[in-house]
Design a protein around this ligand. Structure first.
Ligand SMILES: Nc1ncnc2c1ncn2[C@@H]1O[C@H](COP(=O)(O)OP(=O)(O)OP(=O)(O)O)[C@@H](O)[C@H]1O
Length: 229
């Protein structure tokens, strides 16, 4: 479970400060997919950055499974990101010289690389199968479609079995068919792995797959609402 508790984040803006997050509180339970939407500049990326320990809020707290992760030192924050968070950004950012399987084995928590043990390989293969790429394990990034690259990206984020998955505009580089497949995949994995998932998106075509949808305007949640099913 991830809890954002009364988060305030501001950036310097000339002589004043610009409020990017204005007392934001939000919880995603285990197995829950929460969509976060809102106009450009409303604070969506700022929210994910704070949740990912990549930005420090002015005030408020982030808790994962009841433990506060705000205000940690650099090493402790890096450990939280490695062990408890899965992070999926807009672009897949795969390593061009590694095949799909090795992208997963290169993640430090899998202790892999060339010397990856059997157990690590088996779990990487299993993850690729879970994202529908069992047959593409040996393909290089340039041999994969945009949608397939994003699936590898998602599988890579799940290597450490994170309790929280943070996803920023995962479909913006994809065509509409790949888009719905990626959202469907994230919804399925959230439910089957019991992950707490925050997914930022402009694209509300697949909002019915969210358990909840919240809208940010000027850094504040304006209308938390049950997604219409
Ligand atoms: N590093 C920064 N320094 C100063 N201001 C920033 C910084 N990052 C974001 N902002 C400002 O904070 C506000 C929220 O930005 P943020 O990127 O979180 O919004 P967003 O909803 O993710 O927007 P988009 O949909 O365009 O990505 C905006 O006014 C933005 O200009």
């Amino acid at each position: 479970m991830i809890t954002l508790d009364n988060l305030v984040l501001s950036y310097p803006d000339g002589a004043r400060r610009l409020t990017a997050l204005d007392h934001v509180s939000l919880t995603a339970d285990s197995g829950e997919l929460v969509g976060i939407t809102g106009p450009s500049g409303s604070g969506k990326s700022s929210l994910l950055a704070v949740a990912a320990t990549l930005a420090t809020p002015d005030s408020g707290r982030v808790l994962i499974d009841g433990q506060e992760i705000t205000g940690l030192g650099r090493d402790a924050a890096a450990r939280v990101r490695r062990e408890q968070l899965g992070i999926v950004f807009q672009q897949a950012n795969l390593v061009p010289s590694l095949n799909a399987l090795d992208q997963l084995l290169a993640v430090p928590t899998l202790g892999g690389g060339r010397r990856a043990g059997r157990a690590a390989k088996a779990s990487a293969v299993e993850l690729l199968e879970a994202v529908g790429l069992g047959a593409q394990a040996k393909l290089m990034p340039h041999q994969l479609s945009g949608g397939q690259r994003q699936r590898v990206n998602i599988a890579r984020a799940l290597v450490s079995s994170p309790s929280v998955l943070l996803v920023d505009e995962p479909t913006s580089a994809l065509d509409s068919q790949a888009r719905s497949a990626v959202i469907e995949l994230i919804a399925e994995l959230t439910a089957s792995n019991g992950t707490s998932t925050l997914l930022v998106t402009h694209d509300l075509q697949h909002a019915h797959r969210f358990d909840r949808l919240v809208t940010l305007v000027d850094g504040a949640i304006v209308e938390p609402e049950l997604a219409a099913v």
